[in-house]
Ligand binder design. Sequence first.
Ligand code: NAX
Length: 326
Amino acid sequence: MKAPIRVAVTGAAGQISYSLLFRIASGAMFGPEQPVILQLLEVPFEKPMKALDGVAMELEDGAFPLLKGLVLTSDAKVAFKDANWSLLVGAKPRGPGMERADLLKDNGKIFIEQGKIIDAVAADDARVAVVGNPANTNCMIAASQARRLPAERFTAMVRLDQNRAQSLLARKAGVDLTEVKNIFIYGNHSPTMYPAYPHATISGKPLPEVIGDKEWLRGTFCETVGKRGAAIIAARGASSAASAANALVDHVRDLVTPGAIHSVAVKSNGAYGFDPNVWAGMPVRTTAPGAYEIITSYQMCDFCQSKIAATNKELVEERAAVAGML
Ligand code: NAX
């Protein structure tokens, strides 16, 4: 049996974590041979800490052979201590009447503190995946605080958007999901994101030819993917949770699986015209467990370039809104 890895999860008593933690404990994220110790962080208030106790009881009752330890804490220094992976799910939600700039700043405070602490106390091979919104900019903020850990170790999740796009395209084409390949998300995890369908294939054929409806692809498809989160809130009365947890399992599993090609929000290297100071969704290839390279070879049409310019503009504006804090 391998030595256990330490996985810190923030927002551990929240909705997403309630679906996520059991999947990690079952081996879905790191594989059936990899034991884990879960280090769970919540805010220091009675209600969430009590709820966290309940989640821990259920994890115990799951009798997961791979789960070798549980740490429950409201102290970030304890949660991130020696963590190999830190999954930053907890964030401040947007309250009624709250401006986006205030949301960015309130979350900025959380992610500055967590970025500093991870850099100080996490394992030498530490990796970070950010889910809490606004995920790309929160990730950029956390990475900005790191002196020891390289910026590439900090990634944000756009995998839910990739999964949504893949599933929608399969339903539209009437094919099995696995026939849809090379659909990648560029830019921000927000309605400005660009699900770049021109490079995708269905059963090996160019997707635009198989779908045969350029207007639908440019309009309804991009909008449906971009606004899927809002549609789920409207239907369920709560934001996506199980599908977000599932996407985080995919995000991390593919980042530890050499050869996997998938959408991840990473520090831009200027490819595709993204500002080099933002974290933008783009296709990456995992080169070794936890390491990846950005795939820069896709040619972008004028429409693609205009979509990427719009989502890049939003990321640059988000960065500008928190620049004074970095
Ligand atoms: P919940 O409100 O159910 O849970 C969040 C939990 O985080 C709460 O228990 C809260 O006490 C805790 N928390 C807040 N600040 C914290 C801090 N500083 N340290 C530790 N814990 C803290 O939200 P949930 O539905 O689980 O969503 C979590 C985050 O994921 C939200 O920001 C949400 O917007 C974001 N999402 C991101 C997605 C993505 O694709 N990147 C999709 C799903 C989701 O909307």
